[in-house]
Write a protein that binds this ligand. Structure first.
Ligand code: A3P
Length: 302
């Protein structure tokens, strides 16, 4: 995290294609950012003044962002009545509409969210790496979600093939292993937040998608406590898990058009269904070993 202003010119930055789009990414301080988001990322870093109580969710792409958004929003905006339908914001809003991703909002010409406005939502999300966050966020609570590299890559492949011209899996593996994908390299993104959670566990909570799948109740309670909103009432965790479940959200009308690509299978080890052993080895050598060195996401490919 730094307050250093970014005075490099965007056109001087190294560029990379992504999927079929030339110069889609630009390398800023070791991370590949979508070229269209360079200005908004710099503006966020330079101008955002965090306030007490702000909560920031952070993630690489395709690691469970949508799920975390739904859960954090549910925890911070608990329904005031027992009328589930009236009180449940998720019934009529996609989680991404409830928790704005700052770099997208600052870039979008049609945004309705002004993150510099003190009355704007203070539950925000970013895909930016820790080292590119505004310095003022050092006092804020950050919840980060990560996921094993193979499943992240396969989720990314399905997602971008659904929203852009499809590419073969070999090309997606190459992109992922080279680190030249939005907000990559993946291992470095994860490592930065992991080191920060070790340094300041009271400010940065590290959540793994796999743990959320295995022990969702325990993980939701952990997030709730971290956010200072412990779940006390009996059945409350189960209620939140139901509200935020993939099965429910996927079938809501509000998530059908335009948002369907966010909701797919949500399975752990789905990567194994697609990757050849050679691809798995390649991912392990390029990305996995660096995460294992941190004690994270051990693979069975060793
Ligand atoms: P798969 O592609 O493996 O199914 P992100 O939200 O960061 O874009 O991540 C998308 C991944 O999270 C997708 O994984 C998607 O299916 C899964 N996902 C989305 N909503 C979820 C939910 N409510 N519960 C569990 N997984 C969810």
């Amino acid at each position: 995290m730094s307050s250093k202003s970014s005075n490099e010119s965007n056109s001087d930055l190294p560029k990379s294609p992504f999927w079929e789009e030339p110069d889609a990414l630009a390398l800023r301080e070791g991370f590949w950012l979508p070229t269209c988001l360079l200005d908004s990322a710099a503006s966020f870093r330079q101008n955002f003044q965090a306030r007490e109580g702000d909560v920031v969710l952070a993630s690489p792409i395709k690691t469970g962002t949508t799920w975390l958004m739904a859960i954090a929003h549910s925890l911070l905006h608990k329904p005031k009545s027992n009328d589930a339908n009236n009180a449940d914001a998720l019934a009529s809003n996609n989680p991404h509409s409830l928790v704005p991703t700052v770099e997208f909002e600052l870039w979008s010409p049609t945004t309705t969210v002004n993150i510099f406005d003190p009355t704007s939502p203070r539950l925000l999300h970013t895909h930016l790496p820790f080292s590119l966050l505004p310095a003022s966020l050092s006092a804020s609570k950050i919840v980060y979600i990560a996921r094993g590299p193979e499943d992240t890559l396969i989720s990314m492949w399905h997602y971008f093939n659904a929203v852009a011209a499809p590419v073969p899996l070999e090309k997606a593996v190459e992109c992922f292993c080279s680190g030249a994908h939005p907000f990559g390299p993946f291992d470095r993104h994860v490592a930065e937040y992991w080191l920060e959670t070790r340094r300041r566990p009271e400010k940065v909570l590290f959540v793994k998608y796999e743990d959320m799948k295995r022990e969702p109740g325990r993980e939701v309670s952990r997030i709730a406590e971290f956010l200072g909103r412990p779940v006390a009432a009996e059945g409350e965790v189960e209620e939140i898990l139901w509200r935020c479940s993939l099965e429910r959200l996927k079938n809501l009308e509000v998530n059908a058009a335009g948002h369907a690509a966010y909701f797919r299978k949500g399975e752990v080890r789905d990567g194994k269904n697609y990757l050849t052993p050679e691809m798995g080895d390649r991912i392990h050598r390029s990305v996995g070993v660096k995460l294992e060195a941190l004690g994270l996401f051990f693979s069975d490919r060793r």
